[in-house]
Each structure stands twice: as C-alpha cells, then as structure tokens.
Design a protein around this ligand. Structure first.
Ligand SMILES: Cc1ncc(COP(=O)(O)O)c(C=O)c1O
Length: 483
C-alpha cells in the first residue's frame, strides 16, 4: 500500500479532502519552477517565476528605514529595553499601538477618505488566515459564497478546506472586461437557490487578483445594494488596495457604505494584509475589519489561532506610525509598479500580445488567444505546457483562476529585477515569433535542463512533497525551508 493511501486511512477526512487545491496547474507551475529555478549566472536557462504575486520593488525603502530606526526592533542595543515586555505580550487584541498604526495605514492607503476604528481590527496569519477566519464566523459546512470569476486560486483552500463551505462562481467574461454585473450576480444567486444551496454571502477582491483592475464606485454601490437586498454578507478582500498605480483611483467598500442610505453595515467585512502593499508576506500580518460587532467578538476569540507575533507588531507599530515614511513609500511603490507594468506590457505589444487594461496589482492578465491551437481549455493547457517547458516561464493559466473563457494567463511582474524582466521578454518574443512561423533565433536549451511533462524526472519533481509550493502544508515547502 502506498504511503498516500495509508495516510488517508490514518488522517481525518477533512484533512485529506481535496479542497486544498494542490492539484491545480497554478501550483504545478510552482513545482516546475522549484525543480529548475532561474538564476542569472548559476542557472540562466531555468524557469523564471512569474506566478508569484510578490511586491519586491521597494525593499530598499524599508531597509533604509530600518537602518535609520534601530529602536524599532527589540533585537538591537537601542531597542532591547523593550524586549521583556514584547516577548511576553500575547493579548489577542494586539498591541494598542499596532492596531492604531494599522488603522491609520489602512486609511492612508484609501487616500485618507475613510477612518478605521482600531477596535474593529482582528489579527490573523496573513490574508490567508483572515479569509478563513471570516468564513468560519459566517458560514456552516455546505453554505455558499458567490465569487466573481476569474478569482484567486487559493480561495478554495483558504475559504473552503477547513470550513466545509463552498464557492459558487459568478460568471464574468471579456465582453465587458470581466466586470461584475448585476445580471451575473442574480443568475448565480438564483441558480444556487434553485439547487437549495444556502447562499451566505459574496466575496470580491478589489483590486482584482488576477485581473489587476479596480471596481468603479457605482458598480461597487450596486454590489452593496445587491447584498443588502438579499440580506447576505459581503467580504471585500482589499489586499491589493495600495498597489493602485494609475487612474481610476481605488474606491474601498468602506467609502461606499458611507454613501448608501440604509446600508446594512453589519453585513460588510474587509480583509487586509501587509503582504502585497508593503511587500511583507513573510511577516504574516493579516487583518479582518468587520462592521459587525458579533463578528468582531467571535473573530477576536479566533485570533488565538493566528496571532501576529508581538515582535512583528512592535516593529510595524513603529514603522507604520511614521507618516512621512508611509506616504513616501506608498507613492514610490505605485510609481515603480506603474513603470514596471508599462515596460513589460510595451515589450509584449511589440509582438502583438495584448493585456487587459489594468490599473493595480502585481500582475496583468495576458491574452494569448491568438496562439491557441484550439480555443478550448485543453488548448490553453497545451500552450501553458509549452510556455513552461520551452520558454521556461511560470505564468498561470486562466483556467486555474476559474476563468470562463480559454486563452488568458496571469503574469506577475513585481517579483523580479529589471534584468530578469528583460530575459523573460526576450524569451516570450522569441517564442511568439516561432509560434507565428517567423524565423527567430532561439537558444537551444540544454536537454538535461529541459522539463518534460512525460519524463519521469519531471513527474518525480512535480509529485514529490519536497517540491511543493510555498502555499503547501508539506514539511519541505520553500516557506518552511526559508525559515
Ligand atoms: C486576493 C488574495 N487574497 C489573499 C491572499 C493571501 O495573502 P497573504 O500572503 O497575506 O496570506 C492573496 C495572495 O496572493 C491574494 O492574492
């Protein structure tokens, strides 16, 4: 009997159900990258990671702040006198100065147009933990949340795996640039009702992952009206709020609810994190901001499972209270994201590859329909395999985001340096040229390094728990190795 089937007997059904979503191509791309990661000198023909929504463009600003503020850390001679107090602190309300600083930061990210009450802030391990926490508070096993597609692949794991709730996609498509319509919301809601599914709410990401777009104010109002009428919850994952780099500006649900008459505020909950806007995913700072007192009370109790380390709270309280630093950081981060996105997409335009117009996020939504051999999801996967095997780029296929039409791919652009961007662009151009029958000189890849989906070596790498993604629970995930 294999290890896997034995462990299935020994472990709980909930732990071994397939809702972790590890089998998605989104994670397969990760594994392919992990088995052959690009390095400019050590492995120049390796896979470039473009499936990772990380914001690595502003580390220099944070490092400079750290150097200038040694007192912020309890592990420096300047800050060590706070060591005992902070090392002991474990109140699940969080350090008051941390909650104040975070409330202030959330307001700044939203242009200062709204204020947040520090007493409504709940802590969790990243937005991952925050999303699970809110679902635990709102949904019973079998209950459903509507989610506009395409959506963040790990929602299945974060929202459904341990809670037993389910997601029902709201179909959006390219005919209106994947915007959420009232009709699509009604259709998904009515369909669920007709199947006797108890719809508890709607979850949206604004700005959207994977689209990199923001929801306009009027549309957001219509969404809030929809959930008010149906008397269901609205969870807004605003984890990319601070990544907006060009107009239209970001409108948070917190602004909209102030403008709607008789808005049932206690149906509305915001998910936030410092993973994307500050580029600190390793700090695992996730937050739920709920307008519902009962959710705040219940969620507060749950915080015991995912407290942000007091050391991290202490450090961030200091950094995020530095208004000058925060304002400069947010402005500079947007500027760099804009510049990077433009550089990348202009490079693609040269070979007639277009992307969905976007104004936010750490990624863009690339349209490769013209390169599909057949306009099906199988065709999309065939092209994806070519891209990962031959072009050696890990981009994520639209189907892994539950996109309703084939041919879209998410490309992350903020997790690499300028030189890597150039190489990625060069590879894409060469590939497209070749696909379109042009004679483009491309390097012959060293056959030993070549990944083949049919080869045993690849299967071993893909299937081995040692090569799981950083979002994987396996003991040898890069996340664990990195610590
Ligand atoms: C929409 C969305 N929500 C939540 C997360 C998880 O973020 P965190 O690293 O804070 O857990 C991500 C990460 O990619 C995301 O894109």
């Amino acid at each position: 009997m294999s290890f896997e089937s034995k462990s299935h007997q020994l472990l709980s059904k909930i732990a071994t159900n397939n809702k972790h979503g590890e089998n998605s191509p989104y994670f397969d791309g990760w594994k392919a990258y992990e088995s052959n990661p690009f390095h400019p000198t050590k492995n120049p023909q390796g896979v470039i990671q473009m499936g990772l929504a990380e914001n690595q463009l502003c580390f220099d600003l944070i490092e400079e702040w750290i150097r200038n503020n040694p007192k912020a850390s309890i592990c420096t001679p300047e800050g060590v006198n706070q060591f005992r107090h902070i090392a002991n602190f474990q109140d699940y309300h969080g350090l008051p100065e941390f909650r104040n600083a975070v409330a202030n930061f959330m307001s700044k990210v939203r242009g200062g147009r709204v204020r947040f009450d520090p007493d409504r802030i709940l802590m969790s391990g990243g937005a991952t933990g925050a999303n699970e926490l809110i679902m635990f508070c709102l949904a019973d096993p079998g209950d459903a949340f509507l989610v506009p597609s395409p959506y963040y692949p790990a929602f299945v794991r974060d929202l459904c795996w341990r809670t037993g709730m389910q997601l029902i996609p709201v179909q959006c498509d390219s005919s209106n640039n994947f915007k959420i319509t009232r009709e699509a919301l009604e259709e998904a809601y009515e369909k669920a009702k007709s199947e006797k599914i108890n719809v508890k709410g709607l979850i949206i990401t604004n700005p959207s992952n994977p689209l990199g777009t923001t929801i306009e104010k009027e549309r957001l109002k219509s969404i809030v009206n929809f959930i008010n009428e149906k008397n269901i919850h609205l969870v807004c994952d605003e984890i990319y709020a601070g990544t907006v780099f060009t107009t239209p500006n970001f409108t948070s649900v917190s602004e909209v609810l102030q403008e709607i008459e008789h808005c049932k505020k206690d149906l509305i909950h915001i998910i936030y994190s410092l993973s994307k806007d500050m580029g600190l995913p390793g700090f695992r700072v996730g937050l739920v901001y709920s307008y519902n007192d009962e959710v705040v009370n219940c969620g507060r109790k749950m915080s015991s499972f995912g407290l942000v380390s007091s050391q991290t709270q202490h450090f961030l309280a200091s950094m995020l209270s530095d208004n000058m630093f925060v304002e400069n950081f947010l402005a500079e981060s947007s500027r760099r994201l804009k510049e990077r996105r433009e550089f990348f997409t202009k490079g693609l335009e040269k070979v007639n590859i277009t992307c969905l117009p976007s104004n936010a996020g750490l990624f863009f939504w690339m349209n490769l329909k013209s390169l599909l051999k057949e306009k099906t999801f199988e065709g999309e996967m065939m092209l994806w395999r070519l891209i990962i095997n031959e072009v050696k780029l890990n981009v994520s296929p639209g189907s892994s985001f539950n996109c309703s039409e084939p041919g879209w791919y998410r490309v992350c652009f903020a997790n690499m340096d300028d030189e890597t961007v150039e190489i990625a662009l060069m590879r894409i151009r060469a590939f497209v040229g070749r696909q379109k029958g042009k004679t483009v000189e491309i390097k012959r890849w060293n056959s030993n390094l070549r990944l083949s989906f049919s080869s045993r070596r690849f299967e071993e790498n893909v299937m081995s728990p040692h090569m799981m993604s950083p979002h994987s629970p396996m003991p040898h995930s890069p996340l664990v190795r990195a610590t």
